[in-house]
Design a protein around this ligand. Structure first.
Ligand SMILES: [Zn+2]
Length: 494
């Protein structure tokens, strides 16, 4: 590639000729580059999973149509990742009039200083270059955002002193939107923007002019506007003014992962699991499935607020905490290997409770209790997936016969394994989990604990803080009903 032109004269002779660039707006640029990437078969949105047949085709259509668009979705649905991903469809570099605050197109400058400069300097006008990340502006909408922040402000005193017309752009202090000229301007949570700011945006999109402090200002900006909103705010409460809504070409709904596998691949990608080469932490598949299933359960739970949703950040943060809990336990017990267990999922509750909002019924129950119940349900469902048709009656019987097992928090796996081995039938189906008898004790104990937790989730055995796992109360007819169940002879472990 030839060196980048440094002035307008050189620019005219280069691949960035007037013919090619004068009227090529940012939306046309995105369209062309997107088509080019599709022709080459490139991955369009790297790192975005589960949207191949739903969201991504709609975004492609919006870009090909040169639409401004809005993503409607709940929190943690990769909206920000998608919007930032649009940067990849921009040219690596574009020319602008050097020094211009609004990155004027050298062939079609909007601002007065650039027009004056072009008239006096002609082909010697210096050209600067903008990279993609300088052409992307993101703003979280809040009710206190002003026209001055968003569009700009005029200084009437300065204008009067300069003897200039107040509508002259020279007196404008540009806001965020003009500074995004020739780029992408993303506004998150659009309904939170005050009505009059939305009117300003609409005017810019519609007419290219806007009123600032009552003075008309002409600003025919070249920008792709992308918005996000919660669907509830957008439709039910009607907090987006109708004319603006009308000017948004496409509205695209995002969603949570449709399958556990999709959710797990997002969680695996986003969570910090490669920590320390010296201490490898192993997270068995069933543990990853349980963590993901907690999010799926929460999204279905009536006690969890649907409008606010359950972010994908729940399984991501929870998986990180599961690993940390396994690390902590293993270091304390000086164990042979770090293998995550179901008990580590319970230890990850602090990474879950802030990730969902509760309905009244849930509030009464408390976030921590809800999280425990979600984990238990997730364990039950995962257990069924692995062991649907397998017989664990011998294990249940062992507990019904009075067996008890309390798993001490920091007991080494080898010690625990020898206790678990005494439970008849517990290891009979362990190969279903991909575990073999010669595997490390930490791997075997994790698998055995999962089975016990699964039986507890299905209410086939009991578990309490004090006693650990024990048998369901047996309805033995010969027993005196006045005698407490705890008096039955029990084999003691731990
Ligand atoms: Zn300019």
């Amino acid at each position: 590639m030839s060196p980048q032109p440094k002035n307008l004269g050189e620019l005219r002779q280069s691949q960035w000729s007037e013919e090619r660039c004068a009227n090529r707006g940012v939306r046309q640029e995105l369209r062309e580059n997107l088509l080019h990437k599709m022709e080459k078969g490139e991955t369009l949105f790297p790192g975005v999973h589960g949207y191949d047949d739903t969201v991504i085709p709609q975004i492609i259509n919006a870009i090909l149509s040169r639409h401004h668009f809005i993503l409607l979705g709940l929190r943690g649905q990769a909206k920000s990742r998608i919007i930032r991903g649009l940067m990849a469809f921009m040219d690596p570099q574009v020319p602008y009039i050097e020094g211009c605050e609004i990155h004027d197109n050298p062939y079609r400058p909007l601002c007065r200083p650039c027009r004056e400069r072009l008239a006096s300097e002609g082909d010697a006008t210096p050209i600067g270059w903008l990279s993609r990340d300088h052409r992307y502006v993101e703003k979280l909408a809040t009710p206190d955002v002003t026209i001055a922040d968003m569009i700009g402000d005029v200084d009437p005193i300065k204008a009067a002193r300069g003897g200039r017309n107040l509508s002259d752009e020279l007196t404008i202090h540009y806001g965020l939107l003009p500074r995004a000229n020739r780029g992408i301007f993303a506004i998150n949570e659009l309904p939170d923007l005050a009505g009059k700011i939305q009117v300003g945006l609409f005017n810019i999109m519609q007419e290219g002019d806007v009123q600032i402090k009552g003075y008309p200002v002409r600003l025919a900006l070249d920008v792709l506007l992308v918005f996000t909103a919660n669907p509830e705010d957008y439709t039910a409460r009607g907090k987006i003014i109708t004319p603006l809504k009308d000017r948004i070409g496409s509205e695209i709904r995002t969603h949570y992962p449709a399958t556990l596998a999709e959710g797990m691949s997002i969680t695996a990608q986003e969570s910090w699991t490669n920590r320390d080469a010296r201490r490898r932490v192993e997270v068995p598949d069933y543990i990853r499935e349980i963590v993901e299933e907690v999010a799926f359960q929460a999204r279905e739970d009536k006690r969890v607020d649907r409008r606010s949703g359950v972010s994908q950040r729940l399984p991501i943060s929870a998986l990180e905490n599961v690993l940390s809990s396994a690390e902590q336990r293993t270091v304390r017990s000086r164990d042979s290997a770090m293998v995550a267990r179901v008990s580590d999922v319970y230890s990850a509750i602090p990474a879950m409770t802030g990730k969902f909002e509760l309905e009244y019924e849930g509030e009464m129950r408390g976030a921590e209790n809800i999280a425990r119940e979600l984990i238990r349900a997730a364990v039950g469902k995962t257990f069924t997936r692995y062991f649907a048709n397998m017989n664990f009656q011998p294990v249940v019987q062992w507990f019904e016969m009075g067996g008890e097992l309390k798993i001490a928090a920091n007991a080494p796996s080898s010690e625990l394994l020898s206790q678990l081995k005494k439970i008849q039938g517990l290891f009979d189906h362990i190969e279903t989990l991909g575990v073999r008898p010669k595997d490390d004790a930490a791997i075997q104990t994790s698998a055995a604990e999962f089975i016990l937790e699964g039986l507890w989730a299905h209410k086939r055995i009991s578990r309490s803080e004090e006693r650990g796992y024990y048998g369901e109360t047996r309805k033995t007819p010969e027993r005196d009903p006045r005698e407490p169940a705890g008096r039955l002879p029990r084999r003691q472990f731990n």
